[in-house]
Design a protein around this ligand. Sequence first.
Ligand SMILES: [Zn+2]
Ligand SMILES: [Zn+2]
Length: 302
Amino acid sequence: MIVRVLGSAAGGGVPQWNCACANCQAARTGRAPRRTQSSLAVSVDGIRWLLLNCSPDIAAQIEAFTPLHPPAPRGTPIAGMLFTDANVDHIGGLAVLRQRGGDRGFLIRSSAVIREIAAAQPSCAPFAAPPHRWLDTPLGELIPSAGGDDLAGGALIIRTIAVPGTTPGYDGRRRATGAVVAYEVAGRNTRKSLLFAPVFSAIDDALRTAIERASVAFLDGSFYGDDEMIAAHLLDKPARGLGHQPVGGSDGTMAQLRHVRTRLVFTHLNNSNPMLDSNSEAYAAVREFGAELAFDGMELTL
Ligand SMILES: [Zn+2]
Ligand SMILES: [Zn+2]
């Protein structure tokens, strides 16, 4: 299974258009890498691809990755998508992909809660009707993607795991099981698996078990400190108030996963995050912990 990081930033990207924080300025002036909004592409054969979230940056992300270029005068190697939640930076790419017509649509999978919220948005609604199919994935069960017409040609096995979190701000940040999920993706013929959990407000037993079971886990790296947005005068909200467990601190993700042996990669990095500065104490702490930061164009083979 090939795993390609299409984007590694939280909503807004790095730099964010209206932000002149130190990280955004470093990216703007070329002193740090630019990051588009987070998404992964996975494939078993390198021909048919599955997207894990579809950000508003999808057009540029497709252009930056040759295997996602159209193979015919009109066409796409993207077979389907999985959505972890209904936040705009994770589903907003559908508005960009609306030209897809003809008799072949996308196969989209998410929890029922995510589908109901997302499909009520005008830009997403067409994807819940033919030629597209938007199917609910039962929480916790393995979905063998069956048949040549299904996600990535039936070569992947997918498990959807409900994680602590809420519906998006535009939906009132309601607590609902399945409002935020993580995906475990494995190739049919390999024991290795990928966990994609770019958003969670806490690590419960189910998420912890999934992290331990995975070969590689992409985890919510939005914020390092709970109050970093407030301290930098960017937004008057703590990380946890935005549905993200911080990476650092005595009760953060690193402290909770100290004895886990899985390869851990932080993604969905917010531009306020001090981890983005390779000279920072936060970055040094992440490296000492043994985790990595995702970057646009990062590629793994499992
Ligand atoms: Zn996001
Ligand atoms: Zn910024």
